[in-house]
Unconditional design. Sequence first.
Length: 52
Amino acid sequence: MAGKPLTCTFYIGGKQVTELTEEQKEKMAQKLSESMSIYYTAHPEEFKKLKP
């Protein structure tokens, strides 16, 4: 997939942050993993599209 890189801005407690702690990164990764698992469990055809 070519194009512009994905960017985002994080706010914690109403304040913009430019770096996350390891604990914050781990929490985000865990939540993302759980959300993706729920989605792909409900949409297995989408998961199949990811495999070459």
